[in-house]
Design a protein around this ligand. Sequence first.
Ligand code: AMP
Length: 251
Amino acid sequence: MSAQTNRAAWFQGGDAQCDASPEARARAFRLVLLGPPGVGKGTQAELLCQALGTCHLSTGDVFRAASCQQEPSPALKSALEAMRRGELVSDGLVVSMVQERSGCLSCCGGFLLDGFPRTVSQAEALDELLEQEGVALDAVLSYELPLGEIVDRLSGRRTCSKCKAVYHITARPPHREGVCDLCGGGLIQRDDDRPDSIRVRMQAYEESTRPLADYYSRTDRLITVAAEGTPEVILERSLKELQSRAAQVRH
Ligand code: AMP
């Protein structure tokens, strides 16, 4: 299967249409992905969308696309400022943005939400929107990795100062140390990839998102997936968990 690549309805909101066709899909999956920075959630989102033929709905992508607008509304402007400071955008604004795109939640192709919800209040709002759309989540996949490994992964990351290509000092080293293979630019370590900053980001994640995992666990929708191994191994693990949940629901 291939991922649903036309995300016009998600990016534009309102009446924008995509080209999902009901015939193409035997089974639409409706999923949420959770996971701290450095756990490989973005890669899993892409692989899962390809494997399940579903659509990747990222709230961060909508904000990044909106940041190119010439004249953003005052609400959007303050959201983009919060984003630039590395803070979360207010629950009210994120929820109304998703609400404007609620057609994507009942799409025949299903969806994979990434970056939303991020707080319990957003999760409650999502449940209300899903109920209004007459659909339900199949599962919430939460990717977990020991803190030490997250620090190793992120602190070894190097980014090209010119073209932003991403390397890792051991897992994906450049041909020449400190030099980008693609454009010859110098490789730098992002400030927020330094071990001290990583611990602060992890603490913020634990504070805001751990209660979210508890919320989905209480309502029996949480699947915890160990994020160790190659992306393909983690994908297999995720698909197996989804299959066994589907089998439990059938019985
Ligand atoms: P992401 O690509 O998911 O890391 O999101 C990038 C940025 O967009 C975040 O750091 C927040 O500023 C903002 N953002 C995206 N999704 C949300 C959300 N669900 N709640 C609050 N802020 C969000």
